[in-house]
Design a protein around this ligand. Structure first.
Ligand code: GDP
Ligand code: ADP
Length: 214
């Protein structure tokens, strides 16, 4: 239970490893919950509707846009993806930071809507590693692989807009780094103000004691 839950935006070019990092963090940290996005792309083998994504038809997606159900949405690699307002609210109502695995266009919308959002961009250690990881995942057709790699160039250009950039070379190190960032941001928002008040209280008491001695 976190007193001041914030949205944690995780973006990366396809294949850099952000979904892997997100899943590991969610297993390790009870103070972080996941916002399950909607998408019009087809499920990959092993992906579960309602767990990995809410898989919608283009018509269902557009209807949800019309009804104003998305906190943000964007077209990515030729498919639509969106964050449901109710997903974000449900996680925050449980007192958890809400992890958003979203693209750079979505991130721009989120930082305008949620001023306290923390943004993290995950980069691969090298171009070769990115290609090898994406190809090694074996989820994309040759055309989709090429499109995702082409889009990676523009996505990487957005990295400087993010508050934090994490290199996903060694997976454990990358997870530890994002976890440390969450701790740091929690500290800034929750413990520092409380510490400030504590110091104020103690200083006031000491001043009163000194005055009493004069
Ligand atoms: N704007 C936006 N982007 C999303 C959302 N969900 C996923 N994405 C992004 O869509 C892109 C494609 O995701 P996906 O099809 O799962 O492929 P992957 O990135 O190769 O694993 C990634 O950049 C995701 O971060 C969402 O709700 N909104
Ligand atoms: N640090 C890492 N070292 C080696 N392989 C990794 C690392 N992180 C992720 N991977 C692998 O790279 C592939 C792409 O990771 P994934 O999390 O699906 O990326 P993204 O969500 O950014 O598209 C997966 O097969 C994953 O197991």
């Amino acid at each position: 239970m976190t007193r001041q839950p914030f949205p944690l935006v995780l973006s990366a070019p396809s294949g850099a490893g952000k979904t892997t990092i997100a899943r590991m963090l969610l297993k390790r940290r009870s103070d972080v919950g996941y916002s399950v996005s909607c998408t019009t792309r087809a499920p990959r083998p092993g992906e579960v509707d309602g767990v990995d994504y809410h898989f919608l038809t283009p018509e269902q997606f557009d209807a949800a846009v019309e009804r104003g159900e998305f906190a943000e949405w964007a077209e990515v690699h030729g498919r639509k993806y969106g964050t449901l307002v109710r997903e974000v609210k449900a996680v925050m109502d449980r007192g958890q930071h809400v992890m958003l695995d979203i693209d750079v266009q979505g991130a721009r919308q989120v930082v305008q809507r949620f001023l306290d959002a923390v943004t993290v961009f995950v980069v691969p250690p090298s171009a070769e590693a990115l290609v090898a990881r994406l190809a090694g995942r074996n989820t994309e057709s040759t055309e989709m692989l090429a499109l995702r790699l082409r889009n990676a160039i523009q996505e990487l250009e957005e990295a400087e807009r993010y508050q934090h950039v994490v290199v996903n070379d060694n997976l454990e190190d990358a997870v530890a780094r994002v976890s440390a960032l969450i701790d740091e941001e929690t500290l800034k928002r929750e413990r520092l103000p409380a510490l400030g008040k504590d110091v104020d209280r103690v200083v006031t008491r000491i001043q009163q004691e000194l005055m009493a001695r004069i």
